[in-house]
Design a protein around this ligand. Structure first.
Ligand code: MG
Length: 266
């Protein structure tokens, strides 16, 4: 017995010494060395779009809604016949008695470029001075839809949620970026249409971003519904819709438009 004890003690000592050594020598779990390539994504490659000669010009994948010579992409809202607004010198001008016009095609989500001009001879004040409107989705006749206001807001005070760049009676623009009468204004709009459940209830609200002459005036604003002249905005279910321009009934001189193009978005 006495001879075994030292042996066992030696064994124990050896075990104590060797075990940590063995643990150190066990193969470490394999984890590949991190590489910059780990976070590279190559597919899908973005579609190639050839930009216009300037940022105002239509890119290669745009639908040109007005290129300077005709209104073939537009119809009159009343009856669906020819738009009936006058085209001259590369621009077209609102004809108030003829009424609103809208695109023949219907759209859902899009990027839109539109240029508009208040005549240098404009008269009137408040809402009665160069009033028109861009309905981002025309959901019916008349002024049904979501109106981005067009108005002469150059030194012309009106209610803030009704001035140029407002979502009429819903969202005040973040800035007043108006150019003076006689000069061209530019709207660049990114519109995300609302979606609806099968029972007609809202699944996701509409959202819109607007630049006015390059100045951000609506920043991913989430609409609470369609424009209402009286009362709060409300939604009603719809699918793809035309885009509409307003012939407002005020007596001031009519506005003109040019260079309108749109890129459909997924
Ligand atoms: Mg209007």
């Amino acid at each position: 017995m006495t001879t075994h004890l030292p042996v066992c003690a030696a064994c124990l000592l050896a075990t104590l010494l060797v075990a940590p050594l063995a643990a150190q020598q066990a193969p470490a779990p394999t984890s590949p060395k991190p590489s910059p390539k780990d976070t590279e994504v190559w597919e899908p490659a973005p579609v190639v779009v050839t930009p216009g000669a300037s940022s105002d010009a239509a890119p290669s994948d745009a639908i040109v809604l007005f290129g300077g010579t005709h209104l073939d992409e537009w119809v009159n809202v009343k009856g669906g016949g020819p738009a009936g607004w006058r085209v001259a010198d590369g621009v077209f001008t609102v004809d108030k008695p003829v009424g609103n016009i809208q695109t023949k095609r219907s759209f859902t989500n899009y990027q839109l470029h539109l240029e508009w001009r208040v005549p240098a001879t404009i008269t009137g004040k408040d809402q009665g001075r160069g009033n028109s409107g861009l309905f981002l989705a025309s959901t019916g006749g008349g002024d049904a839809g979501y109106e981005l206001q067009i108005l002469d807001s150059y030194n012309n005070r009106t209610y803030a949620n009704g001035q140029a760049g407002s979502l009429y009676k819903q969202a005040i623009p973040l800035a007043n970026a108006m150019r003076k009468p006689g000069e061209w204004n530019v709207y660049d709009v990114i519109w995300t249409a609302p979606t609806f459940n099968s029972d007609g209830s809202v699944r996701t609200r509409a959202r819109v971003t607007v630049l006015h002459n390059g100045v951000l005036i609506q920043n991913n604003y989430e609409l609470t519904g369609e424009t209402r002249y009286i009362g709060a905005p409300t939604y009603k279910a719809h699918g793809a819709t035309p885009i509409k321009l307003q012939a407002h009934g005020d007596p001031s001189e009519p506005l003109s438009f040019r260079n309108i193009w749109l890129r459909e978005l997924k």
